[in-house]
Design a protein around this ligand. Sequence first.
Ligand SMILES: *[C@@H]1O[C@H](CO)[C@@H](O)[C@H](O)[C@H]1NC(C)=O
Ligand SMILES: *[C@@H]1O[C@H](CO)[C@@H](O)[C@H](O)[C@H]1NC(C)=O
Length: 429
Amino acid sequence: MAAAGTQLGRLLGGLWFLAALLGRPGATAAAAGQPAAPAVAAVDGRRAVAATGEDFVCATLDWWPPDKCDYGTCAWGRAGLLNLDLSNKVLLNAVRAFSPPLLLRLGGSLQDKVMYGYGAGRPCAPFVRNASEMHGFSQGCLPLRRWDDLNAFFRRSGAKVVFGLNALNGRVPLPDGSMGGPWDYTNAASLIRYTANKGYRIHGWELGNELSGTGVGARVGADQYAADVIALKALVDDVYRSEPSKPLVVAPGGFFDQAWFTELVVKTGPDLLSVVTHHVYNLGPGRDTHLIDKILDPSTLDGMVSTFSDLQRLLKSTGTSAVAWVGEAGGAYNSGRHLVTDAFVFSFWFLDQLGMAARFDTKSYCRQSLVGGNYGLLNTTTFQPNPDYYSALLWHRLMGTKVLAVTFSGTNKIRAYAHCARDSESLCC
Ligand SMILES: *[C@@H]1O[C@H](CO)[C@@H](O)[C@H](O)[C@H]1NC(C)=O
Ligand SMILES: *[C@@H]1O[C@H](CO)[C@@H](O)[C@H](O)[C@H]1NC(C)=O
């Protein structure tokens, strides 16, 4: 990331220009004794072409327990929501460094197997490994005391929280292989009421994890999902009826599927759903030994353009007031890959994703994960920042909400994005 030249900066009233170099362009030409072709970046500062939210940079916390393992390594340690050491000062300060506050999305695969705060007689037990169950674990339970502790941490650290609810509760398998029947929201309703009564601030309630389209582990039809989102909205409106600003209603937290997402957006109506969330794992499985080649390959990176632009077009054409977020993006699934997705090289993917998402009007982008797996912004055991933590923090501090159009001619190994600077927005655009 480099600041634009002073002159250009003055001209535009301040902007930050992000240019990532994938490998060394011109290396081949130079080796052949020829000068590298000139490259020109042009930033159109006359108007913004898209806008992010104030809290564009977001990170996730997940439910995975210490015995979650992929390809023989168990990369989650005590970083899951039920185990995280909430008294750790490094963790606290890492979140506090974000101002305006860091958005945290709580969720992940096991989210649709979590029950909340059983009391009296019904044990509130953690997840137990069981290979014959979906995602390899039994149902787990979030004790209300743990929920209190998590909320105390969110208050101390200043984080804004989006909580992903269990959307599989009460479903039954249908003949077509999907999970159906209406969402049983009794347990979710008691969590939401408890949370509101305690005065814990929740920025958004999200319904479900990766149940859209063909689903991961399980899927739910879009027609049923729309009915369930409507039920969640009614619940949120009821619980927060005396509050001037209600939490956002967020869905579906899954992979983009044009037909499924369209049906959800159309059937929930124009103003009910606040945020449409989708997930990004465009690099394939973490066990891939060629992950670095993909991260540095412009065509792999460009493979996500169609998803972002299709979703943007869908929201525009349906006339919904809902905005798009990336609710979870780890790049490489099954917990990422050590020394790749927790190393410097991953910023070439991460910063490009932030730039691309913003360019297509994404309002927030949640990196999987703040901590845990092999793709944490923080080290799983020490909470010391990994390189991408600084990429996230720099973006948060420098890049404003107004996105400018950039054209770049020359090598396709340089990726360029520009925003008005965060601290001089009134002067720009
Ligand atoms: C594992 O899950 C299967 C399928 O739900 C169940 O029948 C079995 O009893 C479980 N095993 C243990 C040890 O709980
Ligand atoms: C995290 O810290 C541990 C302990 O210092 C270290 O062994 C490990 O390599 C670190 N992980 C990363 C991704 O740097």
